[in-house]
Write a protein that binds this ligand. Structure first.
Ligand SMILES: [Zn+2]
Length: 162
């Protein structure tokens, strides 16, 4: 994905449900981590954000250095509203192609983005080990291991859009 972003530049955006920061570490710059990041936390009162590496995790409950209230992981828990919903919706409505990798198509709102992209005219491409619940919204679906399938798909996208 970092290779694809290098080729497409600011026309490329990556939306992820992962919280491990993998895409940023791999070199992607335009990343929307809609479920947050495990290497970050924030204050439940003043909302100040901190890097986990800067927090003393030996405390029973880590506290904010500004207001002494409790810190929590900077991830979206079930029942909470994901991050960047407005930005993601705009991106999904205005894309030429939408590549969806490694998801079951069950968890909303993310599972609905392929439908939005398709209705707004994008070419939709899916890759997964099994067919997702929202299969009917994919123009192309590739069944199998993403690590095996992705290099050829990426090179094809670069030949079309690069
Ligand atoms: Zn605070």
């Amino acid at each position: 994905m970092a290779h694809l972003e290098r080729k497409l530049g600011d026309r490329f955006h990556l939306i992820t449900q992962n919280v491990d920061g993998l895409h940023s570490r791999a070199g992607n710059k335009r990343v929307y981590e809609m479920h947050g990041r495990l290497d970050s936390c924030y204050c439940t009162a003043c909302r100040a954000r901190f890097k986990m590496k800067d927090i003393d995790l030996n405390q029973e409950i880590p506290h904010c250095v500004h207001c002494a209230n409790m810190l929590r992981p900077d991830i979206v828990w079930f029942g909470e509203i994901p991050y960047y919903l407005y930005e993601i919706e705009e991106l999904v409505k205005n894309t030429d192609f939408f590549l969806i990798i490694g998801t079951s198509g069950v968890v909303y709102p993310a599972a609905g983005y392929v439908m939005t992209a398709k209705l707004f005219g994008a070419h939709t491409i899916g890759l997964n080990l099994e067919e997702p619940d929202n299969l009917s919204f994919f123009d192309e679906f590739h069944l199998g291991n993403c690590g095996d399938l992705l290099p050829d798909i990426i090179e094809n996208l670069i030949s079309i859009y690069g």
